[in-house]
Design a protein around this ligand. Structure first.
Ligand code: TRP
Ligand code: SF4
Length: 399
């Protein structure tokens, strides 16, 4: 069993490019072997901004999953699923909406930013205001404790933490908590129940942390406890409310800024991308057309790599000797810009080759992709449904 459960998501709003690969997916691939991972296609989130152009979502969705698989996300290790196929997200979103102060949503920095940035769209909708709350539901419905995200998403994780805290505060002390906890102690059995009570007393009278640890181990091993009872006893031990929804942490990816074809950050909105599965001829063409140091008008003019976007790609794709060759050749006009670009082209193609290979089998047989996703949705639903049972009960909807 893994200690951490990781959840992350991506909106299906267009083709993935190498910026997504270096910034996000490479990290997912690393995480999947070390932790329990759930990777979600956030189609409802895509709808919050794309409600007037829904076709893009379905088009992007399957391609995006193939891109994930091509990049090395392994369905044998990670759970790949679609948000809208797990309606528990919507149910938790609604439940949380009952206790989410409006101000918390209006204060999220991305809210006003995006409304301004996407001013051609009317985003003064209920759904868009609730975007971060839906994201909180995505995370909390799996009780995920780590969420890999970029810097821009940190306020959303903060809101998720605040919502979890508020929810636990309001509903963690269910009616009859004390009696239920005592009944759960009985269920532990005579010997274990007695030991639990002793450890609890030791902690509460002497503040003995070792007693807490011992009690945690005891509860962890107690096979006959339901999840609800186990959590009750954790809370009872330290006289806290029951943690129904645990607070997650943001797992910040080391900001790997992937440069685009023009030297700016690679991004769809700048039109400077190389697709994850861009055809090799097109890669060559795009790199060959890249702007270089404007001082190199003629082949004989020396240049300065620091002023050249191609040089930034050398940082990603070239080894030390190649980079030395570039600096020397550029500053002395010893090499031409097309010579200089060739190792970058080779590097991108080298990176993409295994992706094309992995993607082929899914392109040949799209039912494989559907089966992977169906399986992932089923696994996700099981977890989500367990959480919702607790949530419904805690909110007095257990009938
Ligand atoms: N809002 C995220 C983004 O734009 C996507 C997302 C939706 C997400 N739900 C999530 C990310 C849950 C992490 C966890 O990138
Ligand atoms: Fe840029 Fe290379 Fe040309 Fe120098 S030689 S300007 S680094 S492309």
């Amino acid at each position: 069993m893994f200690a951490d459960r990781i959840l992350s998501g991506m909106r299906p709003t267009g083709k993935l490019h190498l910026g997504h690969y270096h910034g996000v997916i490479k990290n997912w691939v690393q995480l999947q072997s070390e932790h329990e991972c759930l990777f979600m296609v956030a189609d409802w989130h895509a709808l919050t901004t794309n409600y007037d152009d829904v076709a893009v979502i379905e088009q992007s969705l399957w391609d995006m999953v193939i891109d994930w698989l091509a990049a090395g996300v392994d369905p044998a290790q990670a759970t790949i699923f679609i948000q809208s196929k797990v309606p528990e997200h919507a149910e938790l979103h609604l439940a949380l909406s009952m206790v989410c102060p409006l101000g918390w949503l209006e204060r999220v920095p991305t809210y006003k930013d995006q409304i301004e940035k996407l001013s051609h769209k009317d985003l003064t909708t209920y759904g868009f205001l609730g975007y971060p709350l839906l994201q909180a539901a995505d995370i909390l419905v799996y009780k995920a404790n780590q969420v890999p995200v970029g810097e821009d998403q940190v306020p959303h994780i903060e809101l998720t933490r605040e919502m979890a805290r508020r929810f636990n505060h309001l509903y963690g002390r269910e009616p009859g908590f004390e009696e239920k906890a005592l009944a759960a102690v009985k269920k532990l059995g005579g010997k274990k129940g007695k030991l639990y009570t002793e450890l609890k007393t030791r902690f509460q009278q002497e503040g003995d942390e070792a007693a807490v640890e011992a009690a945690h181990a005891l509860l962890q091993d107690a096979q006959n406890l339901s999840i609800g009872d186990r959590e009750r006893l954790f809370a009872f031990l330290e006289n806290k409310g029951r943690v129904i929804l645990p607070e997650p942490d943001a797992l910040l990816t080391a900001a790997s800024r992937m440069p685009g074809l023009d030297g700016n950050k690679m991004s769809k909105s700048y039109g400077n991308t190389i697709a994850l599965r861009e055809a090799p001829e097109s890669v060559s063409k795009k790199v060959r057309a890249m702007p270089t140091d404007p001082a190199r008008v003629r082949r004989t003019d020396p240049g300065d790599p620091a002023k050249c976007p191609v040089w930034q790609l050398h940082q990603v794709y070239s080894d030390e000797p190649t980079r030395e060759w570039v600096v020397k050749g550029c500053t002395s006009a010893g090499i031409g810009c097309l010579d200089c670009k060739q190792p970058v082209i080779d590097g991108v193609l080298r990176e993409q080759r295994p992706m094309f290979e992995r993607a082929q089998k899914y392109l040949d047989d799209p039912t494989l992709v559907k089966a992977i996703v169906a399986d992932g949705c089923e696994r996700a639903r099981k977890i989500a449904n367990d959480t919702m049972k607790d949530v419904r009960e805690a909110m007095g909807l257990g009938y």
